[in-house]
Design a protein around this ligand. Structure first.
Ligand code: 5AD
Ligand code: SF4
Length: 409
């Protein structure tokens, strides 16, 4: 039997898919293309309606096929959506219950979800250190699809890192909806420091963080631990205090800026990315302008912009939408333009610099592509054999979204 996995959403979903893949292979199934698969697994994202709409469209397409494979929906699925989705997919199954999925071709395992060793990609290892979220931002489905916070034991996490490094992975991504709320034998800052002690040549990254759980310990780790990268994703969501309050984000902009200032002061060449929602209910032009002002002060290196999408089960679902779809689009574009301008200016400064790059892939132009320690994209000419290794590159050109260079041999 053959299976095929279609993944939507974030790295957490990627990581889920890696465990599904491994568990199916343990049960004797082989990975195959979509056309030849007997089973298709969708690892879904429910953050925005558009994400779940894509899953529905793909599911419907497959349902029309003459020789239809078995379809399974898992990942982040809202309880309220399950009824309508059950007419499209054969099974809707809880990812945390993977070892016990009631499928005739899988034997039930006595293992727990995290005991399944994921089938990793050989370069970047995604390691979930916690799941769920207790923050209940008013727009967000995560506390409903993933449940409350649950942290994995520190020993188990460190063991998984050691295994991944032994397998040759060069980048460890600690994943969680709110990684800095991690608390087990160690706190998150301590976990970073402990992971840094593991022998091997690799980088440590983490996402996503919440400003309220941010600690000086994390800054120390980014500053002093050689393997901890100078990359921080710290979602702000809005640049306006009133909107933050309506979003149930328990910090204000002045507190957020204090964190960023400190990080910039302490961590050399730090790359800061953030998440911003445009068009939250009640967001006026004035509120939006505060977000633009915040951008101009911080000059984020990357923004993941989301047009607000009302989601069932959340508190904001009951708030009246006040921003039209076209206005959301406009706000997204304005913010994007600012980001582009600032990126272009910043990328220019890299000309002539020598940077260490982890090669992760090759692009359609046949160039190798990778990331620097601070998560800048770099492309350069080289043999595909270099994929998965660190290479020193001298930067001699740049574009909007990245740097170009030549390999230093
Ligand atoms: N609408 C738009 N964006 C959302 N996000 C979460 N929920 C919504 C929503 N309902 C964004 C937030 C979060 C990121 C993962 O997705 O910015 O940080
Ligand atoms: Fe969602 Fe992140 Fe807020 Fe948790 S902290 S509710 S995952 S946006």
């Amino acid at each position: 039997m053959k299976y095929h996995i279609i993944t939507y959403g974030c790295q957490m979903n990627e990581s889920d898919s890696e465990r599904v893949s491994s568990f199916f292979q343990e049960n004797g199934l082989l990975e195959g293309d979509e056309e030849e698969a007997d089973v298709i697994i969708f690892t879904a994202c429910s953050i925005r309606q558009s994400a779940i709409d894509r899953v529905i469209a793909r599911g419907k397409e497959i349902k029309k096929k003459k020789e239809k494979p078995v379809t399974i929906l898992t990942g982040c699925v809202l309880e309220e959506d399950k009824k309508s989705l059950s007419s499209i997919f054969d099974y809707i199954l809880d990812i945390n219950d993977l070892p016990h999925w009631p499928l005739p071709f899988l034997s039930k395992s006595s293992k727990q979800y995290f005991e399944i060793v994921p089938k990793r990609n050989g370069i970047s290892a995604y390691i979930s250190i916690m799941t769920g979220c207790d923050n209940f931002c008013t727009y967000c489905v995560v506390p409903y699809t993933r449940g409350r916070v649950s942290c994995r034991p520190t020993k188990e996490v460190l063991k998984e890192v050691e295994e991944a490094v032994e397998e040759g992975h060069k980048e460890i991504w600690f994943l969680g909806q709110n990684v800095n709320a991690y608390k087990e034998e160690l706190t998150f800052g301590e976990l970073l420091k402990e992971t840094n002690k593991i022998k091997g040549d690799f980088w440590i990254r983490f996402t996503s963080s919440h400003p309220n759980d941010f600690t000086d310990d994390m800054i120390e780790a980014m500053k002093n631990c050689k393997k901890v990268t100078n990359y921080l994703n710290l979602p702000v969501q809005s640049g306006n205090d009133e909107i933050l309050k309506k979003m149930n984000r328990p910090y204000n902009i002045s507190e957020y800026k204090k964190i960023i200032t400190k990080v910039k002061e302490e961590v050399p060449d730090v790359f800061i990315s953030t998440d911003i929602i445009v068009g939250f209910p009640g967001e006026t032009e004035k509120h939006f302008r505060s977000t633009l002002n915040l951008f101009n002060e911080i000059l984020f290196d990357m923004i993941y912009i989301g047009k607000y999408s009302p989601r069932k089960q959340t508190v904001a679902y009951k708030m009246k939408e006040t921003v039209s779809p076209s206005e959301k689009k406009r706000r997204e574009k304005v913010l994007n333009e600012l980001l582009k301008e600032s990126n272009l200016e910043k990328n220019k400064q890299y000309i002539g610099k020598k940077l260490k790059v982890l090669v992760t892939n090759s692009n359609s132009k046949g160039l190798l592509v990778g990331k620097t320690k601070n998560y800048k994209s770099v492309s350069f000419k080289g043999s595909k054999k270099l994929i998965g290794s660190f290479v020193d590159v001298k930067i001699n050109d740049y574009s909007l979204w990245g740097l170009k260079g030549t390999k230093i041999s």
